[in-house]
Design a protein around this ligand. Structure first.
Ligand code: ADP
Length: 319
C-alpha cells in the first residue's frame, strides 16, 4: 500500500487535529503518501481530497476542531453515495482510509468495509461512548471545560445559597455528566443509563438542608431531560426555586488537554500501522493504558462493562 487517506466526520472533538497530525506524520515517516478528505463523507463523495505534507499538519496539535472540517452526509448513507465514495478513493489509488469520529462515522466506515474497502476507525467524540475503548479523543478536554464551569457556578451557588441545575451534553451516554459530577462534587447526577425518581432528588436535597447545607449542584445529561424541565419538576414537587445553566457547545471546543493530545497521537499512529500491516475493518482503542485494536462491529455492541462503580461512588460521596 502506497497511499492512504484520512477524514474526520460527525461531531468535532478537541484532539482530532492531533490525530490527523499523527496519521500524516506516521505515514510519511514510513514513506507513504497521505491524502486528507475535506468535509467528512460528503467530501469523499465529491472528491474534495488533497495530498497532505509534513508541513500541512504543522501548528495544529494544540487546536480544537478539525482542520479537515467535518460534515454530516445523508447521501453517504445510501448505496449510491457509498459507491461514489469508493470510486473517488480508487481514482486516486488511495488504498486505505483512517476515519476519525463517533458512532455514526464508524457505521459509515463499516459500510465501506462491507464493500471490501479498507478502513481503520479512531474514536473521536467528546461523549466517550464507543464500545471497546475506555477513552475517546476529546472526552478529557470536554470534561475539563465542564468542570471549569461547574467550579464557577459553585461560587455563585454558595454565595447565594441556591440550587443550580447544570445541563451537560450526552444524549445517550452519561460519561460527561458522571465524571464531571464526580470531579465537581455535585449532589445529584442524572445520566441516560439510569432511571431517576424526582422523589429521590427531593429527599437528597432535604437531607442536605437538614444538616445545614444551603446550596446544591445537580448535573443532568441532556438525554435525561432538559435542565429547564427538571427545574419545573422540582418546583412542582417542593416549591424549590432553582437556577438552570445549559453549557451547550462550549463543551465541544477549545484547546485539547495534554491527555487528549497524547491519546490522539497514539491512536492516529496505531491506525496507520494497522493499514500498513494490510489490515482493515478495525477500530483502535485503549484499555488499561494499552493500545488495542478490534473488529469494527464490536464497536456497535452495547458496552456491558459500563462503569457502574462510578455511579455508586458518586452516590456514596454526595450525601
Ligand atoms: P458521529 O460520528 O459524531 O456519531 P453522525 O452520527 O452524524 O456523527 O455520523 C456522521 C456521518 O456518518 C453521517 O452524516 C453519515 O454520513 C455517516 N453515517 C452515519 N450512520 C451511517 C450508516 N448507518 N451508514 C452509512 N453511513 C453512516
Amino acid at each position: 500500500m502506497r497511499k492512504i487517506g484520512v477524514l474526520t466526520s460527525g461531531g468535532d472533538s478537541p484532539g482530532m487535529n492531533a490525530a490527523i497530525r499523527a496519521v500524516v506524520r506516521k505515514a510519511i515517516y514510513h514513506d507513504f503518501e497521505v491524502f486528507g478528505v475535506y468535509g467528512g463523507y460528503a467530501g469523499l463523495i465529491t472528491g474534495n481530497i488533497k495530498q497532505l505534507e509534513l508541513g500541512s499538519v504543522g501548528d495544529i496539535i494544540h487546536r480544537g476542531g478539525t482542520v479537515l472540517y467535518s460534515a454530516r452526509s445523508n447521501e453517504f448513507k445510501t448505496e449510491e453515495g457509498q459507491q461514489k465514495a469508493i470510486e473517488q478513493l480508487k481514482r486516486l489509488n488511495i488504498e486505505g482510509l483512517v476515519v476519525i469520529g463517533g458512532d455514526g462515522s464508524y457505521r459509515g466506515a463499516k459500510a465501506l468495509t462491507d464493500k471490501g474497502y479498507r478502513c481503520i476507525c479512531v474514536p473521536g467524540t467528546i461523549d466517550n461512548d464507543i464500545s471497546g475503548t475506555e477513552f475517546t479523543i476529546g472526552f478529557d478536554t470536554a470534561l475539563n471545560t465542564v468542570i471549569d464551569a461547574v467550579d464557577k457556578i459553585r461560587d455563585t451557588a454558595t454565595s447565594h445559597e441556591r440550587t443550580f441545575i447544570i445541563e451537560v451534553m450526552g444524549r445517550d451516554a452519561g460519561d460527561i455528566a458522571l465524571w464531571s459530577g464526580l470531579a465537581g462534587g455535585a449532589e445529584t447526577i442524572l445520566i441516560p443509563e439510569e432511571d431517576y425518581d424526582i422523589n429521590d432528588i427531593v429527599a437528597r436535597l432535604h437531607k442536605g438542608q437538614e444538616r445545614g447545607k444551603k446550596h446544591s449542584i445537580i448535573i443532568v445529561a441532556e438525554g435525561v431531560c432538559s435542565g429547564v424541565d427538571l427545574a419545573r419538576k422540582l418546583k412542582e414537587a417542593t416549591n424549590l426555586d432553582t437556577r438552570v445553566s445549559v453549557l451547550g457547545h462550549i463543551q465541544r471546543g477549545g484547546s485539547p488537554t495534554a491527555f487528549d493530545r497524547v491519546l490522539a497521537s497514539r491512536f492516529g499512529a496505531r491506525a496507520v500501522e494497522l493499514l500498513l500491516e494490510g489490515k482493515g475493518g478495525r477500530a483502535v482503542g485503549i484499555k488499561e493504558n494499552l493500545l488495542v485494536d478490534y473488529d469494527l462491529s464490536k464497536a456497535f455492541e452495547k458496552d456491558v462493562t459500563y462503569d457502574l462503580s462510578l455511579i455508586k461512588l458518586s452516590k456514596e460521596l454526595s450525601i
